[in-house]
Design a protein around this ligand. Structure first.
Ligand SMILES: Cc1cc2nc3c(=O)[nH]c(=O)nc-3n(C[C@H](O)[C@H](O)[C@H](O)COP(=O)(O)O)c2cc1C
Length: 147
């Protein structure tokens, strides 16, 4: 089974977890980036607001073929209890019929209020959510240096 790890990060902690997973699974890793460089202030507004409304943001074109993989692992930070809006852009690109694993990095509150809706978003793409993990990083909101 071919597995790909896709992740979006703002502060670097999702990147760390994605890299750990890539080493463990021997799977390729791909960083999803927003088309525009978001400031720390803009992660809250409009970022967190868009997350709560499950809106997608424009991401840089992916130069990999998602169709080539059977299982796609998606990692993303939690903003205001919801996946950061880059996640919604990734879900839009999912080909049908994939197995999807999700992990969400939050400071500590997790994704209790959004988890069910997030799984449904993926399932609407005719994909199967085979695993869902909340990772409580204890990392306060912040933007990765030199990014
Ligand atoms: C705009 C914004 C909103 C956040 N909202 C939450 C939240 O609702 N609950 C929480 O536990 N952490 C929240 N955090 C903290 C991040 O989820 C946490 O630091 C996570 O590890 C970040 O992952 P990253 O370093 O890959 O960006 C927020 C961070 C930002 C920037």
């Amino acid at each position: 089974m071919k597995t790909l790890i896709l992740y979006y990060t703002f502060g670097g902690s999702t990147k760390k977890e994605a890299e750990r997973l890539a080493a463990e699974l021997g799977a390729p890793l791909y960083r999803v980036r927003e088309a525009r460089n978001r400031s720390f202030l803009a992660s809250f507004f409009p970022g967190a607001y868009l997350a709560m409304r499950r809106k997608a943001v424009t991401i840089r074109p992916l130069d990999i073929h998602l169709q080539d993989y059977d299982r796609i692992i998606i990692g993303c930070p939690v903003w205001a209890g919801y996946p950061a809006p880059a996640f919604n852009a990734v879900v839009e690109l999912l080909p049908r019929g994939k197995e999807v694993e999700l992990f969400f990095c939050s400071g500590g509150s997790g994704t209790q209020k959004s988890a069910q809706g997030t799984k449904e978003l993926v399932e609407k793409k005719d994909c199967t959510v085979v695993s869902y993990r909340d990772i409580k990083t204890g990392v306060p909101p912040g933007k990765m240096k030199n990014d």
